[in-house]
Write a protein that binds this ligand. Structure first.
Ligand code: N01
Length: 558
């Protein structure tokens, strides 16, 4: 490390050697540590936060909860764990999920191999190993750098962990409180009696808006694109239902893993296309799913995301629901989306549309009234009258529910130098090329968990995480058993894989909107559809690749 030469002796880098360095102690990093240990490797996890849980450690905004049912959004590697843990609600809250993550860390004695408050700043491939440089946010020795040498590096950095905070003219002038849903203060925020703005109406905005509205004196929602949201119908879990799942948990998990999103095996996708049935049947099927609530709404028909006409019919049903819920016709008009339903990730809510019937909630459509600038007291938007004039809205606090630099954001914050000095940021300048969403040509022994190019964010994340961790653990065990030293995506295989992901995504309607799946929410980010639709076919491909001696990878001997 050149920079280390300038440090005082007591600040010189210290050195540690492990088989596997893991970045992140969310659900991915924790399980990777567990599996690496089980396979006989030494491992160290580096975690920026002060505790485990990843996304559930940071996203503490009011109303944060998972919109995948708790009995599915949990690890399945240990039957004892899944039998003993008691989920209280159909959709668990953030505090409950965080308690679960902490329980897993304690139960499997993970903490002793995790460095908390430690940020990985660079990864450098050198002499057939990775040099992992970290800084610890330790008051006693701020900015002290450590270097760890690792044979393998696994990035469990999370797909939605790098906050997207858009800049607005004069935003530094605002004197009130500003918050991002993805980096919420641990002590919570009291909005009582305050005038609050929420910018953004994706999942995080939609979950937090009803709760902030209950507390604030006035809430102004600033919406750029209206979202489609389905009622959650959250409820306490009935003990008999939980017992019935636990009695046959393995079968429940197996059925889920056979669905496209590795989710909801008990509610299979309907056998027809939405335009193949008559209106009465279509409405009945959609109403049944609407009453059931949640993400599986789109599975009422099998062509929601492939047939534009079917998609329109399904979207019309939701548009009618919005109009019949929101009393003010102008507010209802603004809240009603006109694009492809499911193109951006579907949202799931509790009383979201109803919140706009409250007297203390108002909506600004930023497409009609764009933000012009911030002031000390609030935000100036173009006037609603359609004239060239402006209007200032005063706020005590502004909440940015503006999402994340998804899938690649956290990885690109690390300076990663591979073989022959290739920088990952250069390799990915036109988009995150990779093989299987697991490996990048030029970066030996480096793995991404739920990386771009894998089903990842289109699935129940925990299923995809488990699948990747197990594949990686098997891979590095195979290397050890075969006395191989390095593995790396082959350039041709990578090229074909990128093509394959594009082809599969091209058969869907996913590319018809400016979603974070495409990187379109972050100015300047290359637009490429990052996740691969379809978990079962993907998992089969990964199994086949391994069985064929890691087809498509270049492997070298000691
Ligand atoms: O972020 P988002 P999120 N000016 O990107 C708007 C998962 N998640 O944090 O659509 C004004 O979806 C932006 O507008 P537009 C889930 O996978 C899960 O809500 O780009 N507005 C949009 O309305 C989810 O999809 C759970 O036009 C701006 C919003 O901000 C993902 O995380 C809970 C703007 C961002 O929405 C991300 O959700 C929460 C600007 N400059 C999150 N920039 C559950 O499991 C952005 N916006 C329940």
């Amino acid at each position: 490390m050149g920079a280390a030469k300038h440090l005082a002796p007591d600040l010189a880098p210290t050195s540690m050697k492990v088989d596997v360095a893991i970045v992140g102690a969310g659900f991915a990093g924790m399980y990777m540590l567990y599996r690496a240990r089980q396979a006989g490797f030494t491992a160290r996890v580096f975690e920026r936060g002060g505790g485990v849980g990843g996304t559930w450690y940071w996203n503490r905004y009011p109303g944060a909860r998972c919109d995948v049912p708790s009995l599915e959004y949990s690890y399945q590697f240990s039957d004892e764990l899944q039998q003993e843990w008691e989920w209280s609600e159909k959709y668990a809250t953030q505090p409950e999920i965080l308690r679960y993550a902490e329980h897993v860390a304690d139960r499997f004695d993970l903490r002793r191999d995790i460095s908390f408050n430690t940020t990985v700043i660079s990864l450098q491939w050198h002499n057939d190993a990775w040099l992992v440089t970290t800084t610890a946010a330790n008051d006693a020795s701020p900015h002290r750098e450590h270097t760890t040498t690792a044979r393998f590096v696994v990035l469990g950095t999370g797909c939605l962990s790098s906050a997207n905070v858009p800049r607005f003219p004069d935003d530094h002038l605002f004197t009130g409180g500003t918050y991002h849903t993805g980096a919420w203060p641990h002590e919570g925020v009291d909005f009582s009696g305050r005038r609050v703005a929420v910018i953004g109406t994706g999942s995080s905005g939609i979950q937090s808006i009803p709760l902030i509205a209950e507390q604030a004196a006035h809430l102004t929602v600033m919406q750029r694109t209206p979202a489609y949201s389905i009622p959650a119908r959250n409820q306490q879990l009935a003990p008999e239902y939980v017992a019935s799942i636990k009695a046959n948990y393995a079968e429940f998990r197996r059925k889920n893993s056979l669905t496209r999103a590795a989710l909801g095996g008990d509610t299979p996708t309907g056998p027809h296309g939405a335009s193949e049935v008559n209106e009465v049947e279509r409405r009945a099927a959609l109403e049944e799913r609407w009453q059931k609530g949640g993400l599986l709404f789109l599975g009422a028909f099998n062509d929601a995301l492939t047939n534009p006409e079917s998609n329109r019919l399904i979207a019309d049903f939701v548009r009618d629901k919005i109009r019949s819920t929101v009393r003010n016709p102008d507010t209802a008009r603004k809240l009603t989306p006109d694009d492809i339903i499911g193109c951006k990730r579907l949202c799931v809510d509790t009383e979201y549309y109803e919140t706009f019937n409250r007297p203390n909630v108002s909506l600004i459509d930023l497409r009609e009234q764009p933000i012009e600038r911030f002031t000390a007291n609030g935000v100036v938007v173009r006037s609603a009258t359609g004239s060239r004039s402006s209007e200032e809205h005063e706020f005590d606090a502004i909440v940015f529910a503006t999402g994340f630099d998804a899938m690649t954001g956290a990885i690109s914050k690390i300076s990663i130098t591979g073989r022959n000095g290739t920088m990952l940021r250069d390799a990915w300048s036109a988009g995150p090329v990779n093989y299987l969403g697991l490996s990048v040509h030029g970066f030996p022994n480096l793995f991404t968990i739920t990386g771009p190019g894998s089903p990842s964010v289109l699935t129940n994340m925990i299923v995809s995480i488990q699948h990747h961790v197990e594949w990686i653990a098997d891979c590095i065990t195979w290397l050890k058993d075969h006395r191989m030293s390095t593995i790396e995506a082959d350039a041709d295989a990578q090229q074909r894989w990128v093509q394959h992901v594009n082809t599969v995504a091209g058969m869907t309607l996913y590319q018809s909107c400016s979603s974070w799946y495409l990187g379109a929410n972050v100015p300047g980010k290359p637009r490429i559809f990052m996740p691969l639709p379809g978990f079962p076919a993907y998992a089969q491909t990964c199994a086949d690749v391994a069985r064929d001696g890691y087809r498509g990878f270049a492997v070298s001997h000691h």
